[in-house]
Design a protein. Structure first.
Length: 211
């Protein structure tokens, strides 16, 4: 299978010479490997197919077009594509409703910051979590990371209990993990409402864990 290069760009507003810009970078990517791999005798053999996707927050093509448009090298007179599929340049207009697949709709929701559907694929949900983490404040990210750490400890304890055929200690392990989490959050002067949200406990349960 031949290797390929991929490039994506998010463009919220249409600027001058956008068409030229959208061609420049994929073509520059295509020729950039000409002098890279000296182990290949032919410089042209180093060139790879390029797939570029421009994600647009504005209408670039006519309003009745589909949201996704993909252009390749093409001979219009003979209605034939170029012999090799070396250049693919796509434009995905986020504000257009005309999508052909569910995946396109899922990506529209993702980029427009809309709630994802319950049947959205895992890789889009994972991408959303990465963005949400990147936008978190430092203390929020630390709290989430610590919560996941405590959950992993409890999961390990539960797995051990199942493996050993134990029924006792499972609930104790969960309670100890919660105690440690609540104590740490209180020590950092986090609001009780925030602790309730991250632990899933109500006020009375939190007080019982600590006092």
């Amino acid at each position: 299978m031949r290797m390929a290069d991929y490039r994506s760009e998010l463009q919220l507003r249409k600027g001058n010479h956008f068409d030229e810009r959208s061609l420049y970078y994929p073509l520059d990517k295509f020729v950039s490997r000409y002098k890279i791999d000296q182990s290949v005798n032919s410089a042209y053999a180093r060139l790879r197919p390029v797939y570029a996707m421009n994600i647009l927050g504005f209408i670039h093509f006519t309003s009745d077009d589909d949201a996704l448009r993909i252009f390749r090298l093409y001979d219009p007179k003979r209605n034939k594509n170029f012999p090799k599929n070396l250049l693919n340049i796509g434009y995905f207009e986020l504000t257009k409703p005309n999508v052909e697949t569910d995946n396109q709709r899922f990506w529209q929701d993702y980029f427009l910051n809309k709630p994802l559907s319950s049947d959205a694929p895992d890789y889009i949900c994972d991408a959303l979590q990465i963005i949400e983490r990147a936008n978190m404040k430092e203390e929020e990210l630390e709290m989430i990371t610590y919560t996941e750490y405590l959950q992993s400890i409890y999961d390990d304890q539960l797995a051990y209990a199942k493996e050993e055929g134990l029924t006792e200690g499972r609930e104790e392990g969960r309670v100890e993990a919660l105690k440690e989490m609540v104590a740490r959050l209180l020590k950092r002067n986090r609001p009780i409402e925030e602790i309730m949200e991250y632990t899933g406990c109500n006020r009375e349960q939190i007080e019982a864990l600590v006092y």
